[in-house]
Design a protein around this ligand. Structure first.
Ligand code: HEC
Ligand code: HEC
Length: 109
């Protein structure tokens, strides 16, 4: 299932079945990305996946996670338009907002 032996360096979308937003990196990095997402949200894999059925799109949270990838790309594109920032490549990732929680904190007032 997660056995990708011999195909670690192959393009990620040639090894996994149902990728719609991720791509452009070697297959071996997918699990690393998934661990990072899980840590950023403070959840385990089964928050987004039906246990043992990785390609399945059954869970609502998996669809939301795809939208979150789009959201991050939009934020990053907007950041690149802002002149005078300190970082050479300003950007956000899941952890920027989530910080280990499903619901990012929001100041009430
Ligand atoms: C926040 C939600 C989320 C969490 C947590 C998560 N995943 Fe995923 N996972 C996704 C999404 C979304 C995709 C599909 C990405 C795409 O469409 O490009 C995916 C794809 C995958 C795939 C590829 C399946 C295929 O063949 O298409 C595997 C394998 C996988 N995840 C394993 C894991 C493992 C292992 C963990 C825990 C360490 C994990 N995921 C945690 C959302 C999540
Ligand atoms: C710009 C801030 C921001 C970024 C970046 C971001 N998120 Fe979110 N995310 C949110 C907010 C806000 C919510 C809505 C929480 C609520 O009110 O329900 C949310 C909700 C979610 C949910 C639904 C949680 C649930 O179970 O109901 C998932 C899953 C999720 N985000 C995954 C991700 C992943 C994966 C990434 C990185 C690829 C990411 N998010 C990046 C702000 C962000």
């Amino acid at each position: 299932m997660l056995a990708i032996k011999g195909r670690e360096k192959a393009p990620v979308d040639s090894v996994f079945e149902n990728l719609k937003v991720l791509g452009g990196f070697p297959a071996e990095n997918l699990v690393f990305a998934m661990v990072k997402w899980s840590e950023a949200l403070g959840v385990s894999c089964d928050h987004c996946h039906v246990t043992g059925e990785w390609p399945s799109d059954e869970k609502r949270e998996k669809g939301i996670a795809r939208k979150m990838v789009d959201l991050g790309e939009q934020v990053n594109a907007a950041l690149r338009e802002i002149k005078g920032l300190k970082s050479e490549r300003p950007g956000v990732n899941c952890f920027t907002c989530h910080r280990g929680a499903l619901k990012p904190a929001r100041r009430k007032n």
